[in-house]
Design a protein around this ligand. Structure first.
Ligand code: GDP
Ligand code: ZN
Length: 325
C-alpha cells in the first residue's frame, strides 16, 4: 500500500495510507541505516502491514517531486532533506523588524526547491497601514515578480483567506520562517481555528510526557495542506546555484553583460554589476548579499569535494594495502 508521511516526531512516522487509514510505521531495516534513507514529512512511501505486528513497515520511499534541502548543521560535508513533495513554499517574516538578509537566504533555499514561492509578512497589526504597504512593496521588489507577497495578521480573516487562496485543492505548502514569527498561529487560522491532530491521540513517551512533534501536515478546509516547519534554525545553503540564480535574477541579468564570463563583480574592468551599483540601479547591499551567498556555496562545494577526495583516497589506500599483502 502507498501513503504519505503526515507526521514526524521522535517516535515513529505517521503515514496516511491512500485508503484513508493512519498508520504508525517503522522503517524497514535497509532504510534504518542511513539518516539519508529515511522518510521525511511529505514523502510518498510504500507500506506493508505484517501480520501480528503493531506497526506498519516503510519498505520504500518513492522519488521526490520536490524537496527542501539544507546543509546539515552538524556536518559540514553533508545535507539534510527536511520536507518533500510540496507545490509551494511560504516564507513567513514579521512585518516589523523584517530581517532582509534572512529573507534573501530563505528565498534562495525556497527557489532551489523548484516549487512556487510566496512571502507572508506576519503581524501586520503591529504596523500602521502605510508602513505595512511600504514594507510589502519593498519585499515585492526584492523578491521579484515570480513571488507573491502578502500581508497578514491573525485577527484579520480576509488576510488569512488570501494566504489560503495561494493553494489549490490537493496541493501542499511548507511554511518556513524563524521561530516566533507566527507560523503556528497562521496554521491554526488556515485550519479553521484549531489544528486537528492528524491520526491518533497525541503520543506520550514512557515517562508520560508529550513527545515533541517536529513536523506535521495539516489539512486546510476547502483544499490544500500545510506543513509547519518549526525548529529550522540553521539555514545553511547546500546545492543552491539555481535558487541563487532565481532569487538574485536582477544581479544575474546584469552579470550577463560583464566583459568577463567569470567576473567576480569586484573590481574587474567592464563589470556591468559594479556599473549598476555606481549608477544607483543596484543596491550595494544587494550585491554584497549575492557575493556572500556565492562564497558560501563555493565553500560548501570545496569542503564537499575535499571530503569526497579523502574518502576516495582512503578507498584506494585500502586497495593498495590489499594488493601489497
Ligand atoms: P511560531 O513560533 O512561528 O509558530 O509563532 P507563533 O504562532 O507561536 O507566534 C508567536 C507569537 O506571536 C505568539 O505570542 C502569537 O500570539 C503572536 N502572533 C502570531 N500572529 C500574530 C499576529 O498576526 N499579530 C500579533 N500581534 N501577534 C501575533
Ligand atoms: Zn561583473
Amino acid at each position: 500500500m502507498e501513503g504519505t508521511v503526515v507526521k514526524l516526531d521522535r517516535g515513529f512516522p505517521l503515514v496516511r495510507c491512500d485508503d484513508g487509514a493512519n498508520v504508525r510505521c517503522e522503517h524497514a531495516t535497509a532504510l534504518v541505516k542511513g539518516e539519508r534513507l529515511r522518510a521525511v514529512i511529505g514523502d510518498r512511501v510504500i507500506v506493508s502491514m505484517p501480520e501480528g505486528h503493531d506497526k506498519g513497515i516503510i519498505d520504500g520511499i518513492l522519488p521526490r517531486r520536490s524537496s527542501f534541502v539544507r546543509k546539515d548543521p552538524a556536518d559540514r560535508t553533508s545535507h539534510q532533506v527536511l520536507a518533500a513533495n510540496f507545490e509551494l513554499v511560504i516564507i513567513a517574516e514579521p512585518i516589523v523588524q523584517l530581517n532582509r538578509r534572512r529573507l534573501e537566504r530563505e528565498l534562495v533555499l525556497a527557489h532551489e526547491t523548484g516549487a512556487r514561492v510566496a512571502v507572508v509578512l506576519t503581524k501586520a497589526d503591529l504596523a500602521g497601514l502605510d508602513e505595512a504597504e511600504a514594507v510589502r512593496q519593498e519585499v515585492a521588489d526584492l523578491a521579484g515578480r515570480s513571488v507573491h507577497v502578502l500581508v497578514a495578521s491573525i485577527g484579520d480573516a480576509p488576510s488569512i483567506e488570501r494566504v489560503r487562496a495561494l493553494l489549490s485543492a490537493g496541493e501542499v505548502a511548507i511554511l518556513i520562517g524563524k521561530s516566533g514569527v507566527g507560523k503556528s498561529s497562521l496554521v491554526n487560522m488556515l485550519a479553521g481555528g484549531e489544528v486537528q491532530d492528524v491520526g491518533e491521540v497525541r503520543s506520550f513517551d514512557g515517562k508520560g510526557r508529550h513527545t515533541t512533534v517536529d513536523r506535521v501536515m495539516v489539512d486546510i478546509p476547502g483544499g490544500g495542506r500545510v506543513v509547519d516547519m518549526p525548529g529550522v534554525r540553521g539555514l545553511g545553503l547546500w546545492d543552491a546555484d539555481a535558487g541563487l540564480g532565481v532569487a538574485f535574477a536582477d544581479v544575474e541579468e546584469l552579470a550577463a553583460s560583464c566583459r568577463f564570463r567569470d567576473c567576480k563583480h569586484a573590481d574587474e574592468p567592464g563589470c556591468a554589476v559594479q556599473a549598476a551599483v555606481k549608477s544607483g540601479d543596484l543596491a550595494q547591499a544587494r550585491l554584497d548579499s549575492y557575493r556572500s551567498f556565492g562564497a558560501e556555496l563555493e565553500g560548501v562545494r570545496t569542503r564537499r569535494d575535499e571530503a569526497r577526495h579523502m574518502r576516495g583516497e582512503k578507498a584506494s589506500d585500502r586497495r593498495r594495502k590489499k594488493k601489497g599483502r
